[in-house]
Design a protein around this ligand. Structure first.
Ligand SMILES: CC(C)(COP(=O)(O)OP(=O)(O)OC[C@H]1O[C@@H](n2cnc3c(N)ncnc32)[C@H](O)[C@@H]1OP(=O)(O)O)[C@@H](O)C(=O)NCCC(=O)NCCS
Length: 204
């Protein structure tokens, strides 16, 4: 097995149908609903360089793509899929990292979010710095929530006026990261630098 993960370009658009099939078959196996994705939509993401694709030689073994909502103020990393024969080897983690880095590069000021019931996604996103939040902190873009229509729990979401459901909301807020980093710098780094600065040994 020699898997390589690429940032997608139009050269990979030929895999769009296969990506949809893989997502569909996995959803069937799990017995869950899925957000509907057409091969045209997936190809659009690939052509726009807003996807990552994992290949073992010519074989498609993993995929994820970027969606933007609320005028690019929110980004979701969607459609994460790993071929059943390639699971539990750390491949999803690598794909997640790559699509996360790509999202940060393309949309540095956007909040990145996901909703999931899956432990694997919760674990991976938490490692990347996502925090659990209520749905009130996520996009209110109808386009995103329309994606839930294929889920078997959609009636629960509707009943709760789109405010809560069985999924956990996870959010990466770059502004919070900066605040955390700057308060870390103020509280920890600055005092250390201050203490070290007046080095009398080297004073003439
Ligand atoms: C979920 C999925 C992407 C995981 O892919 P994978 O390559 O097997 O995941 P990894 O090997 O990188 O594992 C990442 C972490 O998730 C955990 N994990 C993986 N599958 C898991 C599962 N089914 N249940 C609980 N934890 C799981 C791993 O133990 C690992 O955690 P660790 O870092 O603490 O060891 C894959 O099973 C899949 O494609 N499932 C169908 C589609 C899907 O559910 N997509 C996500 C929602 S859109």
């Amino acid at each position: 097995m020699d898997v390589e993960i690429h940032i997608a370009t139009s050269a990979y658009a030929k895999y769009a149908q296969e990506v949809c099939d893989l997502i569909y078959e996995s959803a069937q196996a799990r017995g869950t609903g899925i957000a509907k994705r057409s091969p045209e939509y997936v190809a659009e993401k690939i052509n726009a360089g807003k996807a990552v694709i994992a290949l073992d030689g010519e074989k498609l073994v993993g995929f994820a793509y970027i969606e933007t909502f609320s005028h690019q103020r929110f980004v979701a990393n969607s459609g994460l899929i790993v071929h059943p024969d390639y699971r539990n080897m750390g491949l999803a983690k690598k794909i997640k990292r790559k699509i996360f880095d790509l999202s940060r590069k393309l949309f540095p000021n956007a909040k990145i979010f996901s909703i999931t019931t899956g432990l694997a996604v919760m674990k991976m996103n938490t490692e990347l710095g996502f925090k659990p939040v209520t749905f009130s902190e996520l996009t209110d873009d109808e386009e995103f929530w329309k994606g839930c229509q294929g889920c078997r729990n959609f009636d629960i979401l509707q009943r709760n006026n789109y405010k809560m459901c069985l999924c956990t909301g996870l959010l990466y807020d770059p502004a919070q990261k900066e605040v955390a980093a700057s308060s870390f710098a103020k509280k920890v780094v600055k005092p250390i630098v201050k203490k070290k600065a007046p080095n009398k040994l080297y004073k003439k």
